[in-house]
Design a protein around this ligand. Sequence first.
Ligand code: PEP
Length: 245
Amino acid sequence: AGSGKFFVGGNWKCNGTKESISKLVSDLNGAKLEPDVDVVVAPPFVYIDQVKNSLTDRIEIAAQNSWIGKGGAFTGEISVEQLKDIGCKWVVLGHSERRHVIGEDDQFIGKKAAYALSEGLGVIACIGELLNEREEGKNFRCLFSTNEGFCSWDNVVIAYEPVWAIGTGKVASPQQAQEVHVAVRDWLRKNVSAEVASKTRVIYGGSVNGGNCAELAKQEDIDGFLVGGASLKGPEFATIVNSVT
Ligand code: PEP
């Protein structure tokens, strides 16, 4: 882990029922979590209120998406203002499932991120290459086509999630992840500033579990994790939180 505060997010995706989420929340409430770690969970929108009302304040809440601007006549969307109103502190943007299943592109994601940041919501910005891009030597999909609209990088966490590792059980090796995290910092140095490059937390996601997190967490530029499948099991998620070194 690097010098920034370790950050572990649980992305629950489109999973759960009132009942299963109540069990997960009670497991998380009972878990012993290392104090020096930022811990965030991202429930499906419809359960955010339930989670906010039952989960310990030790864990913050993220949404899994947000609209590009102020709310209004945008059927099916959820605005940043509404997320803040129900107590969300973060939003996950640019997840590979939204890019590759729903078809969101860098520019759209960049605009959403800029708007969320301008309204004071933290952004967990996901990037990561497809398998064929890795084979072609494009090790990471660049942040966004534009980040000029960002008012500040203080509330941004970058999640490097190689698409071939998400939900596949094929975790990147600690060296593979470390190499890309260094490349992300270089990109930030060149495109934003040296200060942002050194301060921004770069977390890894893709088949992280209770068994492989400790080796990954030892890498100098891995500042935490974004966890999918294993975040649905409270005790295993706690193990990942506590892998901070
Ligand atoms: C994710 O969806 O962000 C993720 C990393 O999923 P998993 O941990 O299941 O690979």
